[in-house]
Ligand binder design. Structure first.
Ligand code: PHE
Length: 347
């Protein structure tokens, strides 16, 4: 019986030594130490031994059991450690590998210029206001002195929503003059940037959607001198102190007198040519048109409940794309709307 016990121990130790998975170890535990295991089977025969032999065998059996249990525990932790090592090796992460860079965008050049212009006007006391792009013909035309039949109301120029031509996509930001004046009392000093729409074929200087910035100042004793002073100040802030401006007489139904403001071409410095060739930026004009402006027509003031005997005002409307093209030296309007990243990255 002693030999039997020694044999079981030797076999169990040898088997445990080569078992290298938790499942294999559990199988060996059941086989040697379990209720129906080999050791238990030997112990069941203890009853047949003599009273002297029994404690001796009992002691041997207990020590065999303890040895197998010890070995089992040792192998369990060895297998567990090996499994952990394998897992760590397989799932190893190199935290020093550079990550995937996320491409960061930036503000569109036109919005940069818009922000610059807004900042300058806000610094001069103007309030920024916003208004509808879907507008009533009453605001876009009629109340600005642009009567029925005026060529700018033509269906070939304007996007109308209704057959009676009463609702449209605004063709200018000037309706904001009426919207502000009918709701506020002078002094009024506002800037209204926004999208406008005209049925234009897109080319280097035209687009069916573009942006204007409307300005309106109404108070007592506002003169054309205030208009010129404000606009020259702003343009010099944007284009530099040596920028040259000129005002030309013009006609708008809602201002009287009216004018347009030009900036001397930054490319040919007003000569209209570069190396004997016609300047491509100003088309030989020497000047670039920036905006329309004028003194608010007395009838427009009256129509908004403002007494033209007491108050006067000036208004202007500039093309934002044109300002951005001059500021950023962009020579084709379509580049501003194409959203080609290679182009936009330059700014
Ligand atoms: N709305 C005019 C245009 O689109 C510009 C303008 C604005 C002229 C304000 C005078 C006063 O051409």
């Amino acid at each position: 019986m002693k030999e039997q016990l020694e044999l079981i121990k030797a076999q169990a130790i040898a088997a445990l030594d080569t078992a290298d998975t938790p499942a294999a170890l559990e199988e060996l535990r059941v086989r040697y130490l379990g209720k129906k295991g080999e050791l238990t089977a030997v112990l069941k025969m203890m009853g047949k031994l003599s009273a002297e032999e029994r404690p001796v065998m009992g002691q041997i059996a207990n020590s065999v059991r303890a040895d197998i249990e010890n070995m089992l525990e040792q192998r369990k932790s060895a297998v567990h450690a090996a499994a952990l090592d394998a897992k760590l090796a397989a799932e190893k992460i190199d935290v020093t590998i550079p990550g995937n860079t996320v491409a960061m965008g930036h503000e569109h050049p036109m919005n940069k210029v818009l922000q610059e212009i807004k900042d300058i006007f806000v610094g001069m006391g103007y309030q920024i206001v916003d208004g509808p792009e879907v507008e009533l013909a009453a605001y876009n035309f009629t109340r600005l002195n642009i009567e029925e039949g005026h060529p700018s109301r033509d269906r070939s120029d304007t996007f109308y929503f209704t057959d009676d031509d009463k609702v449209l996509l605004r063709t200018q930001t000037s309706p904001m003059q009426v919207r502000v004046m009918e709701n506020a009392k002078p002094p009024i000093c506002i800037l209204a940037p926004g999208r406008v729409y005209r049925k234009d074929e897109a080319d280097a200087t035209h687009s069916p959607m573009f942006h204007q910035i409307e300005g309106l100042v109404v108070d007592e004793n506002i003169t054309m001198g205030d208009l010129k002073g404000a606009l020259i100040t702003v343009m010099r802030r944007i284009y530099g102190q040596d920028a040259q401006m000129r005002f030309r007489p013009h006609h708008f139904p809602f201002t009287e007198p009216s004018c347009e403001m030009d900036m001397q071409c930054h490319k040919c410095h007003g000569t209209g040519e570069i190396d004997g060739q016609v300047c491509s930026t100003c088309h030989g004009e020497g000047w670039i048109e920036l905006l329309g402006a004028g003194m608010v027509h007395p009838d427009v003031l009256k129509g908004c409940g403002i007494d033209p005997e007491k108050y006067s005002g000036f208004a202007f409307g500039m093309g934002l794309e044109r300002m951005a093209m001059g500021r950023m030296r962009i020579n084709d309007l379509r580049l501003i709307f194409d959203n080609v990243v290679r182009f936009l990255n330059q700014f």
